[in-house]
Design a protein around this ligand. Structure first.
Ligand SMILES: NC(=O)c1ccc[n+]([C@@H]2O[C@H](COP(=O)([O-])OP(=O)(O)OC[C@H]3O[C@@H](n4cnc5c(N)ncnc54)[C@H](O)[C@@H]3O)[C@@H](O)[C@H]2O)c1
Length: 400
């Protein structure tokens, strides 16, 4: 049996405690969860009591006293690059939450530090790892809707997550982008994720991919928050040469009907469950078509990952990605460059809007105007330039 990897978690906030930590127990044969680090003393004590792990309020102290293989970095985005650069220089492998970093120069510091120290860096980009996203990728791969031509994601997801999904569904790197943005005031609100909003930042992106696929995506921070009645509904439609996927429904047209109205029949994916330790866990998603059945199998079902229609499958998959990369000295399945490209595409929408709605080609000039503004804001907020790694470790980063 492979050796167990000593794992620590930095960041006991909403995401770290709510989504990452619960999956560690399911992967107890792979990881030995030994330590946590946060600036919030009450959270440290609660997690220590529950999991019997060592606690630290400074990353430097944790690195000094623990012999760690992997650190799961779940602090706000502005803290990703100082913490990851420090961990890499200490020879520790990392999985970092999304976005990899707010700007490409910040991400590059992390990527260079990982390469220089020969450690692995995975990005916890989870949207494409969910059961339904994996299943849809299989449906597209099977060819039942033909070659993908257009993708509409309206009020589904935005930013780097949205860009990651568009690349998955398009099956190609991006070629160019046109971004249109608008900012309107909203009454001051605190959303269900405890984020404060006083304005709605609406982003409308039109993208072309190298393989000719076109995509349109529309989103805002208030839609993401589901506040003020936003996202009552959304549209995900993938149009192919032979059919379409609308939300989760696959539309298939029999070749016999191509010249006779070409009406499609709707096929719904079927979810099957197995019982593991008294819980119903998603085992597979299948689609029965006239000539074939397409099935996606949950690789983590036997471990009890996938309750409530698939919860935790994305998390287990990304933790296994960093574990396998470390144990077998291979590359993580998503990787830092893909995370950087997602952020570049997301920044490009704002950059295009800032440049009077010019269509921009990839790669973007570096640093872009948007990134320069973000670097200036970073210095204003934290009192240090973003390259000043050591003092940035002791800053408290508020929720963004
Ligand atoms: N993939 C997703 O769907 C998804 C969803 C939500 C959040 N996220 C990402 O997860 C990360 C965390 O977000 P969150 O909502 O949990 O934030 P949060 O503010 O709830 O939690 C962050 C934690 O980091 C701690 N912290 C701040 N500065 C620190 C420092 N210098 N050293 C150690 N700990 C420090 C805070 O005390 C807090 O407990 C962010 O990168 C965010 O973008 C991803």
């Amino acid at each position: 049996m492979a050796r167990k990897l000593k794992l620590a978690l930095i960041g006991l906030g909403r995401r770290g405690r709510g989504s990452h930590l619960p999956v560690y127990a399911k992967l107890k044969d792979v990881f030995d969860f030994v330590a946590v680090c946060d600036k919030d003393e009450a959270a440290l004590q609660e997690v220590a009591k529950e999991h019997g792990v060592n606690t630290y309020s400074r990353v430097q102290d944790m690195v000094k006293h623990e012999d760690l293989d992997v650190v799961d970095v779940v602090v706000p985005g502005d803290a990703h690059h100082p913490i990851c650069c420090y961990l890499a220089d200490a020879g520790i492998n990392m999985m970092v939450e999304t976005p990899i970093a707010p700007t490409r120069p910040m991400a590059d510091l992390m990527i260079e530090a990982a390469a220089r120290n020969n450690v692995k860096l995975e990005v916890a980009e989870n949207y494409h790892r969910t059961a339904m996203a994996r299943f849809q990728a299989k449906v597209i791969e099977s060819g039942v809707i033909g070659e993908v031509g257009r993708i509409y994601r309206i009020f589904y997801e935005g930013g780097y997550h949205g860009m990651s999904m568009l690349r998955l569904l398009a099956g190609s790197p991006p070629k160019s982008i046109l971004g249109i943005t608008q900012v309107t005031p909203v009454v001051p609100i605190i959303d269900r994720m405890k984020r404060r909003h006083t304005e709605e930042r609406w982003v409308n992106s039109y993208l072309e991919f190298e393989n000719g696929v076109a995509a349109t995506m529309m989103y805002s921070n208030v839609i993401h928050a589901r506040s003020l009645g936003r996202k009552a509904t959304g549209i995900s439609q993938i149009d192919g040469t032979k059919g379409a996927i609308v939300d989760n429904t696959v539309y298939y047209t029999s070749p016999a009907d191509y010249e006779n109205g070409a009406q499609a029949t709707a096929y719904e994916p079927q979810l099957s469950f197995i019982e593991v330790n008294g819980s119903q866990v998603l085992d597979r998603i299948s689609l029965e078509l006239p000539e074939q059945t397409i099935t996606w199998q949950n690789p983590y079902a036997a471990l009890g990952v996938g309750e409530n229609n698939g919860r935790g499958i994305d998390m287990a998959d990304q933790l296994m990605s960093i574990a396998n990369a470390v144990l077998n000295n291979t590359e993580p399945t998503y990787g830092a460059q893909a995370g950087r490209l997602d952020e570049e595409m997301s920044l490009a929408a704002s950059e295009s809007a800032l440049m009077n709605k010019q269509s921009l080609s990839f790669p973007l000039n570096s640093p872009s105007k948007t990134e320069e503004q973000m670097h200036a804001r970073f210095k204003e907020n934290y009192g240090h330039v973003y390259t000043d790694i050591e003092p940035l470790l002791d800053v408290f980063y508020p929720r963004q």
